[in-house]
Write a protein that binds this ligand. Structure first.
Ligand code: MRU
Length: 375
């Protein structure tokens, strides 16, 4: 059973500059804002089982690559809390089964399997300890990811803000703000950081069909933060560029291959092509955990396809005739040659990305991904 906690914050001034509590740990359960209800309603869910977390990730109640990684890590802790295992031999299969199941919720964002793999690896290093101690270590690791995410978002915000100039417009796609992370956001936080630094920046937010993350979530975050924002339909991006309203496009990423090819929300590739035509800088903003060095190019990135209902009955209303054939990929891959730079917590990587991204990893000593077996 989901425990639903109604929360209505009506005083906008009180909310400004208050970080969004996208994901927190209550002590027993994972607490997250149900993003499917925004902007109409701010309601938090408290979820205590892997099945509930899986459903929340699958249905995009929690979404955005870094956010689903952290939610899954905490969800794993919630799920194994009740385990009666008394030895590593009993505990290990339970842990791996739950991790594999959570990893199967969405295939494209590598942060999901990255976070789960990190949890499983950690458990393996403390396997000699009593199960209760292993559980405690896992919880400490998952909650530390929230704080770590804040630090990483802050660093990306600062590196990226240096690319923006006073008075410029920025085109965004999907939602890459605090809602998409456990922290402050990726691409949208670059704009927010520039705004806090005193630069006059204006967001042009693509509504982002079919699930409207731009309209429902990015516009909501911009209003909350007091950053000027104009909402446009996806089909208006070319005109906005042609009229000189934007000088940069900033997007997030769900998985970046070793050569810089970037999977992100469907429609991103189209924006990169348009940006090239108009001589506009197209930048990706993502933490190193979104970079999958195990794959050489974007051809190997699995692309999630979602149900026809999202297009035939957009938000519960008939928006196309039932029975029509629908193609609904949730992500596309932007070739690295269209990307001017990739902003990470380590700085801004430029082409050729195979070398610049490798150098960032070498500096950070982050281990390569070892995918969790999906259950
Ligand atoms: O399907 P979603 O809403 O999870 O897609 C999210 C995106 O495509 C974001 O741009 C991406 O996760 C990076 S934002 C931190």
């Amino acid at each position: 059973m989901l425990l639903e906690c109604g929360l209505t914050l009506t005083d906008r001034s009180r909310r400004e500059h208050m970080p969004i509590e996208t994901i927190t740990w209550t002590g027993e359960k994972v607490r997250l804002i149900d993003q499917t209800l925004l902007p109409a309603e701010e309601r938090h869910l408290e979820l205590g089982s892997v099945e509930e977390i899986w459903e929340a990730i699958k249905m995009l109640r929690v979404r955005g690559a870094p956010a689903i990684g952290v939610a899954a890590a905490l969800g794993l802790c919630a799920g194994i809390r009740g385990s009666r295992a008394t030895s590593w031999a009993e505990f290990e299969p339970e842990l791996k089964r739950a991790a594999g199941y959570l990893a199967s919720a969405r295939p494209t964002a590598v942060n999901l399997s990255w976070a789960l793999e990190r949890m499983v690896r950690l458990a393996e290093t403390v396997r000699d300890q009593p199960v209760a101690a292993i559980k405690e270590r896992l919880l400490a690791e998952a909650t530390a990811m929230i704080e770590e995410d804040h630090r990483i978002c802050r660093a990306m915000g600062e590196h990226g803000a240096a690319l923006l100039t006073d008075g410029q417009g920025v085109l965004t796609h999907c939602n890459t703000g605090g809602l998409a992370t456990a922290g402050l956001g990726t691409a949208l936080n670059v704009v927010f950081t520039a705004h806090r630094q005193g630069k006059r920046v204006h967001v042009f937010a693509d509504e982002t069909r079919p699930l409207l993350q731009g309209a429902r979530l990015t516009a909501w975050e911009c209003l909350r933060e007091g950053v000027p924002c104009t909402l446009i339909c996806d089909s208006m991006a070319a005109v906005v560029m042609r009229q000189g309203k934007v000088k940069s496009v900033l997007v997030g990423a769900d998985r970046i291959a070793a050569n810089g090819d970037t999977a992100n929300k469907i429609g991103t590739y189209m924006l990169a092509v348009l940006a090239k035509e108009h001589g506009i800088g197209f930048y990706v903003v993502a933490p190193l955990s979104t970079i999958d060095r195990a794959i050489a190019s974007g051809d190997e990135i699995p692309i999630e396809e979602r149900g026809a209902e999202e297009i035939i009955r957009g938000f519960g209303r008939q928006t196309a005739p039932s029975g029509v054939q629908v193609f609904n990929p949730a992500f596309d891959v932007t070739p690295h040659r269209l990307i001017a730079g990739i902003v990470t917590e380590r700085g801004v990587a430029g082409p050729p990305y195979t070398e610049s991204l490798r150098a960032m990893f070498e500096e950070s000593a982050m281990r390569p991904h070892r995918p969790v077996k999906r259950g």
